[in-house]
Design a protein around this ligand. Structure first.
Ligand code: 9L3
Ligand code: MG
Length: 142
């Protein structure tokens, strides 16, 4: 079975010494509305994952980002991606904003910058939670 490719951004205030993570609360579909996620979305046919991530953060948050390292996930067959249900695999990169102030659009109903101590104050989507746990380890190391 081939999982459809999704990309996500772990947007932090400073790639070198992260102290805040940007979380976005989904507005749709109704099955996911209210849940918090790393911003991102589906890679379009013929598009590379990096290009897709830049496009998604521009569309969803109206910012430009610089990417850091990839956050490797357990799905080695899908480019070290993270499983999203049975149908999608998400590749995640650290990112920092180089232009603009994030503002949510129709896909989201709120955004929040979380400190390490606030990481679990929002209701993460089930599939995003293990990724956040992985990110937390990096926060704690800095
Ligand atoms: N998804 C889950 N967590 C995320 C992202 C960016 C996406 N951090 C799931 C929600 C949808 C699918 O992946 O089922 C495609 O995402 P989108 O294009 O609707 O944002
Ligand atoms: Mg999206």
């Amino acid at each position: 079975m081939t999982r459809r490719a999704v990309v996500g951004a772990a947007i932090v205030d400073d790639l070198r010494r992260p102290t805040r993570l940007l979380a976005a609360q989904r507005a749709e579909p109704s099955s996911l509305a209210g849940g918090w996620e790393l911003p991102g979305g589906k890679v379009e046919p013929g598009e590379g994952p990096i290009d897709a991530l830049h496009r998604e953060v521009q569309e969803e948050l109206d910012v430009r980002v610089r990417l850091g390292d990839q956050v490797p996930g357990p799905l080695t067959a899908a480019g070290a991606a993270w499983p999203l249900g049975a149908s999608y695999a998400m590749q995640v990169w650290w990112a920092e904003i180089i232009d603009g102030t994030p503002e949510f659009g129709p896909e989201h109903q709120a955004i929040r910058w979380l400190t390490p101590d606030e990481l679990y104050d929002v209701a993460w989507l089930t599939d995003d939670l293990p990724i956040v746990q992985r990110l937390e380890a990096a926060f704690r190391c800095t």
